[in-house]
Each structure stands twice: as structure tokens, then as C-alpha cells.
Design a protein around this ligand. Structure first.
Ligand SMILES: *[C@@H]1O[C@H](CO)[C@@H](O)[C@H](O)[C@H]1NC(C)=O
Ligand SMILES: *[C@@H]1O[C@H](CO)[C@@H](O)[C@H](O)[C@H]1NC(C)=O
Ligand SMILES: *[C@@H]1O[C@H](CO)[C@@H](O)[C@H](O)[C@H]1NC(C)=O
Ligand SMILES: *[C@@H]1O[C@H](CO)[C@@H](O)[C@H](O)[C@H]1NC(C)=O
Ligand SMILES: *[C@@H]1O[C@H](CO)[C@@H](O)[C@H](O)[C@H]1NC(C)=O
Ligand SMILES: *[C@@H]1O[C@H](CO)[C@@H](O)[C@H](O)[C@H]1NC(C)=O
Ligand SMILES: *[C@@H]1O[C@H](CO)[C@@H](O)[C@H](O)[C@H]1NC(C)=O
Length: 294
């Protein structure tokens, strides 16, 4: 209906204190929907609290790090989806979802529908049935503000469709990660993931549009994330996923990629944005574009 609203946020790097530690997984984005409010102590509020508080302990998280469930009767029925990054062990998965459950109701108070995205997990709830249907109506694109000095788009054109097909082919876990070398010794690491309640074809469609986001908004960037309700794509020049669940995080590469003036992760930035219907709090060393279909 409406054409997507586009918000490009301008970045001011305030603090150039650089640390060479691996960037920690971070909060990315909230979407507090304007679809309606519930009142405190209502049946909807009770259903929502019961459903959300059941997520961290759910046995579903043991297989594939995915939670999808519903509670209550129309018009007070609540639906929720939780998904952990595919390489996380169950303890880290539960912990990320637990934190998200605490945060989401504070950040989107009384909203009937909301979503929260973190590098390690995503959480969504709604009074609409959001289970099993692909949703790419909200897009968050975050990118490292540093520019590459060397071209690598051609290797992304090989890696990203390959990971898309691997992720879409998954069953309980629609997740794939991989790496590819360019110019001999520099490496790009990427992951792609869909919520496993959508079909293989819908997963491919969702990730296809994420790949388009990367080529539209992140050409020449050291790192980029495209986050949508049903799928996630991210690439970096360091290994940000774990090869074995819950292994210690790998150290940063000994030398940064060519002509990098600073390293990702440790700069304070402040954002000033045009109007858009999401709240985005603090993003470190990342520029961003948020697109919502209003
Ligand atoms: C819901 O409540 C928030 C404040 O808590 C308010 O800004 C928003 O307009 C309300 N939305 C509706 C649809 O009433
Ligand atoms: C909700 O219920 C609690 C406990 O019964 C009560 O103390 C509180 O005043 C109620 N809040 C509203 C807004 O009705
Ligand atoms: C979940 O979060 C609450 C509040 O932050 C905390 O008290 C509780 O220990 C956490 N549970 C798990 C399993 O992490
Ligand atoms: C990166 O490249 C863009 C477009 O060429 C330019 O506007 C921006 O200032 C560059 N950023 C840095 C940190 O060099
Ligand atoms: C949750 O997703 C699984 C597939 O991962 C599906 O079999 C199940 O029916 C879904 N549950 C609900 C309530 O939609
Ligand atoms: C994904 O994109 C590729 C290449 O652009 C195209 O061939 C394919 O049909 C698309 N798949 C879906 C499911 O949209
Ligand atoms: C932001 O929204 C307000 C109220 O809806 C409007 O008055 C203002 O012009 C908008 N600003 C921009 C930059 O679009």
C-alpha cells in the first residue's frame, strides 16, 4: 500500500577510543507496533505475561532454538515467536530470550504487538496470528561505518546465495554460516537464518530481499546486518559466529583488514533520525537504515 518509508540516520562518531577486543553481541532494534494497546490487568495482559514468561524455560528451545506458541481466546489471544541465532547453545539462547522478555514489555509498554532484535536472538509477539507466515515488512539494516578499500562484492555474490539455499533447506534450524576469501587472504564471514515456521520458498524469498539490502545499502562496508521479522543476514570481516556451540569467542584478527582506520565495536555514536515508527536505542559504530512499510 504505502511505499516504504526510508530513514537514513546520520552518525557522529564522538569517541575514537579504540579497543581491540571482539565486539560483544548487541541489541539492534525494537519495533513497537502502533496496532493497538492493552490495559494493565486485562485478560490480554495476563495472557501475554504468561506466554512470555514461559519462553525461557520452554523445552522447544532444546531443538533448534525456536519457540512458537499461542495462548488465550480471541480477542485476547496472544501469539509469540522466539528464535536464537543458530550457533548458540541452549544456555546462551535461554539467557538472550530471558533478557528480551524482560526488556520488550518495558520498551514497548502496553503494546499489543512488538518485536525485539538482538545479535543473539529475536522475540516477537502479537494479537494477530504471526505463526507460520513470512513477514519482511520491517527491515533494519545496520552497517559498519568504516569503508573497505578493496572490492569484495563478487565474493559476496557467490557466498550469500549459497548460504541462502543452505539455510532454506534446513528443517528445525534454518541456519547457515560460512566464509569466503577474497584477494588471497582477506576473509568475509556471513550467516543467514530464517524462523523455521516458514516454508523453504518463503525463507528463500525473505533472504533474497536481505541479499538485495546488502547490495543496496552496504556496498563497500566492512560489515552489515539485515534484520527482518522472518529472516536475518549478517556479514563481517571477522568471525562473529561460533563454529562449535558455546566455544569461547574467537580473538580479533591479528592485523585489521587493509587501511582500516579503526576497529568495529567500540565507538560511541549518537544518532539523529527522521521520523519513523520504531525506536532504536544506541548502536555502536554502526550506521543504519530503517525501512518500515507503514
Ligand atoms: C498506545 O500507547 C502509547 C503510549 O503508551 C501511545 O503513544 C500510542 O499512541 C497508543 N496507541 C494507540 C493505538 O492507542
Ligand atoms: C492491577 O491489579 C493490581 C493487583 O490486583 C492492583 O494493585 C492494581 O491497582 C491494578 N492496576 C490497575 C491499573 O488496575
Ligand atoms: C531471567 O531474568 C530475570 C530478571 O532479569 C532473572 O532474575 C533470572 O534469573 C533470569 N533467568 C534466567 C534463566 O536467566
Ligand atoms: C565511506 O564511503 C561513503 C561513500 O563513498 C562516504 O560518504 C563516507 O564518508 C565514507 N566513510 C568513511 C568512514 O570513510
Ligand atoms: C511451530 O512451528 C513448528 C515448525 O517449526 C510447527 O510444526 C508447529 O505447528 C508450530 N506451532 C504453532 C503453534 O504454530
Ligand atoms: C531469489 O533470487 C534469485 C536470483 O535473483 C532468483 O533466481 C530466485 O528465483 C529467487 N528466489 C525466490 C524464492 O524469490
Ligand atoms: C515528523 O512528524 C511530525 C508529526 O507527525 C511532523 O510535524 C514533522 O514534520 C515530521 N518531521 C519530518 C522530518 O518528517
Amino acid at each position: 500500500m504505502d511505499s516504504p518509508r526510508l530513514c537514513i540516520c546520520f552518525l557522529f562518531i564522538l569517541n575514537f577510543l579504540v579497543s581491540l577486543t571482539t565486539p560483544q553481541p548487541e541489541f539492534r532494534s525494537n519495533l513497537c507496533s502502533d496496532s493497538g494497546n492493552y490495559t494493565t490487568n486485562s485478560t490480554y495482559a495476563k495472557n501475554l505475561n504468561a506466554l512470555l514468561s514461559s519462553i525461557p524455560a520452554s523445552s522447544d528451545l532444546n531443538s533448534g532454538g525456536f519457540f512458537n506458541s499461542s495462548i488465550g481466546q480471541n480477542p485476547d489471544q496472544v501469539y509469540a515467536i522466539g528464535l536464537c541465532r543458530g550457533d548458540l547453545a541452549v544456555a546462551s539462547c535461554r539467557s538472550c530470550l530471558n533478557d528480551s522478555v524482560q526488556a520488550i514489555t518495558q520498551e514497548c509498554p502496553n503494546e499489543k504487538e512488538a518485536g525485539r532484535w538482538h545479535d543473539n536472538c529475536m522475540l516477537r509477539f502479537s494479537n494477530r496470528n504471526i505463526l507460520g507466515s513470512m513477514d519482511d515488512s520491517y527491515v533494519y539494516v545496520g552497517f559498519n561505518v568504516n569503508n573497505q578499500t578493496t572490492p569484495y562484492n563478487n565474493v559476496l555474490e557467490d557466498l550469500l546465495p549459497d548460504l541462502r539455499d543452505q539455510a532454506a533447506a534446513g528443517d528445525v534450524r534454518k541456519y547457515a554460516h560460512g566464509e569466503i576469501q577474497y584477494i588471497g587472504h582477506w576473509t568475509i564471514y556471513a550467516l543467514e537464518q530464517c524462523t523455521p515456521d516458514i516454508s523453504r520458498l518463503d525463507c528463500k524469498r525473505c533472504l533474497n530481499s536481505s541479499i538485495e539490502d546488502v547490495f543496496t545499502y552496504c556496498t563497500g562496508r566492512y560489515g552489515c546486518s539485515s534484520i527482518k521479522p522472518s529472516c536475518v543476514l549478517r556479514f563481517e570481516t571477522y568471525q562473529f559466529f561460533q563454529l562449535v556451540a558455546d566455544a569461547p569467542p574467537p580473538p580479533m584478527p591479528q592485523s585489521a583488514p587493509p587501511k582500516s582506520t579503526n576497529t568495529p565495536g567500540m565507538h560511541d555514536v549518537s544518532l539523529s533520525c527522521l521520523n519513523y515508527s520504531t525506536t532504536v536505542i544506541r548502536i555502536k559504530c554502526y550506521g543504519m537504515v530503517v525501512i518500515t512499510n507503514a
